[in-house]
Ligand binder design. Structure first.
Ligand code: I3P
Length: 109
């Protein structure tokens, strides 16, 4: 599965709140491959190697939990992703349908 997702980092690897300066929203082209959610700056191209930044932004979603971010009302179509290493991200999808589809796909892994 792939598509545009806009990310906000809410908590870091230790479960602590992501500090100010790193809490902004950032738009990515997301590609879910196996158990990894790749967040790329540019549109997905099958033949292109991933850059170092792309690899750094990749999120392991094995044993992660995706839910609708019902406690976040500033933007629509936002899902919350809790990873097994205690990171928390918010991801805004382009539509309600896309948000639901990402939630279902991530939780199937
Ligand atoms: C954050 C940025 C986010 C904002 C966040 C700020 O600043 O303005 O858009 O979240 O507020 O800290 P920075 O880019 O300097 O990290 P919202 O869009 O949800 O308001 P927060 O600290 O209350 O999460």
């Amino acid at each position: 599965k792939h598509g545009v997702l806009t990310r906000k980092s809410h908590a870091d690897m230790d479960g602590k709140r992501t500090p100010r300066g790193r809490r902004g929203w950032k738009k990515f082209y997301a590609v879910l491959k196996g158990t990894i959610l790749y967040l790329q700056k540019d549109e997905y191209k099958p033949d292109k190697d991933l850059s170092e930044v792309d690899l750094k932004n990749a999120v392991r979603v094995h044993h992660a939990l995706a839910t609708r971010a019902s406690d976040y009302s500033k933007r629509p179509n936002v899902l919350k992703l809790k990873t097994s290493d205690w990171r928390v991200f918010l991801f805004q999808a382009p539509s309600e349908e896309e948000m639901m589809s990402w939630i279902l796909r991530i939780n199937l892994i």
